[in-house]
Write a protein that binds this ligand. Structure first.
Ligand code: ZN
Length: 235
């Protein structure tokens, strides 16, 4: 089955190819030769419209995008959509498997592992009662494929785990969207009610050892059940 999401991918790949051909025609193709599309150059977010049939929160990835499911099923048995769209970078490889570039996809439905996605939806349901909301960072903010992890490492942008080890790859991490004001004193999750609601639903800041310096918007899912901060209890 071909989904609109796959159509978007295809349209985007065509766009990349056209860009490279154009650069080549202008005689500036040497850099383009080893980068499919410069991932550091963000495109306008509305170039690719969101999928017409955007998945509902908790729709199964397996049903909506079998190709994506194939890429993540070794680590995530039942990935579900979170109800949000965002942007992602995905890597490309040379014939030896080395990462040699990445492509940038927009308005991609975000996913997490089933229990983590459910917990996020539950958190936002609680927050909505008080007019509050948590959103994923619009760039690689939710579950990631191995290809996405590779491209993030390739770009070497931001703080990231070793490829294959990230909680994002297991669909158990989320990077929350930051306040657009760079001088903001507080982020949404600093609000005591928001913070307590996240913990009550199994989310805590950082990974195993708690908050990560300069990566405070990274939260991981340790539920089902409430999350406590600090090192994990010994087995
Ligand atoms: Zn993260």
């Amino acid at each position: 089955m071909t989904t609109n999401f796959q159509n978007s991918r295809f349209v985007f790949l065509l766009y990349c190819v056209a860009t490279i051909l154009l650069l080549g025609a202008q005689g500036t193709s040497s850099a383009a030769a080893d980068q499919i599309c410069d991932p550091c150059t963000k495109l306008n977010v509305d170039v690719i419209p969101p999928p017409a049939t955007k998945p509902m929160p908790l729709d199964s990835v397996k049903d909506r995008d079998p190709e994506l499911f194939k890429q993540i099923q070794a680590k995530v048995t039942d990935p579900r959509y979170t109800g949000e769209l965002g942007n992602i970078t995905i890597s490309t490889h040379d014939k030896d498997g080395r990462v040699n570039g990445c492509v940038f996809l927009q308005n991609v439905p975000y996913w997490e592992s089933g229990p983590a996605a459910q917990a996020l939806v539950d958190v936002n349901r609680e927050l909505a009662k008080r007019g509050k909301k948590l959103e994923a960072d619009p760039l690689n903010g939710a579950g990631r494929t191995l290809g996405q992890e590779e491209s993030i490492a390739w770009r070497n942008s931001g703080i990231h785990a070793k490829v294959g080890k990230s909680n994002h790859g297991f669909g158990n991490a989320i990077d929350f969207k930051l306040d657009p004001d760079p001088n903001a004193k507080q982020q949404v999750w600093d609000d005591p009610f928001v913070n307590a609601t996240l913990h009550a639903h199994g989310w805590r800041q950082g990974d195993t050892w708690g908050p990560i310096k300069n990566d405070e918007h990274h939260w991981s899912f340790v539920g089902p059940g409430p999350a406590v901060d600090g090192p994990p209890p010994s087995p």
